[in-house]
Ligand binder design. Sequence first.
Ligand code: SF4
Length: 171
Amino acid sequence: MLNFNVLPKIRNERFNICKSCKFFNGTFGTCGTPIIGEYIELDENTKKHYKEKIQLCGCVMRIKTKLRFASCPAHKWSAENFSANEIRQLTDFVKSIDGKSKLDADQLRTLFNWKSKITNKPEQISQCGSCIRDLITELKKQLGDIYNPDLLKSEAHELEIQMQSLIRSKK
Ligand code: SF4
């Protein structure tokens, strides 16, 4: 099964930054209000000369910090080895092929080029349907489709911890 998560060392570095961030919601382990997030005015760590307005993502950071293409909305940590422009291109490409029963030669070449860029080695183009589906599913997960059923399955333990913390907070 494919797994393009960042290395545990990177994930831990990111998560430690979150835990010391003033926008981290320690009760729920989320960036701001769970699911919703909220707009805030940045007054720190911004390269801009004016107060930047950003939206916190509301994500469960235990999970989001593992994702290769994820980044902090307040610019405190970033996606690994991919620029924002490349991530936009990949997102558009994945959207254009998602749900298609068959990919043409160009689409297959592009798909496996993205895989090569991620794994940092030349990847053979495969015609195997389940391999292509797995690859698209993993790319969607890494692009932040964190409510995807496949991800929920693979992250069941993390979600259980999260649910227990939510239940405890309601008592
Ligand atoms: S993602 Fe960024 S803004 Fe959100 S809690 Fe983590 S460090 Fe803070």
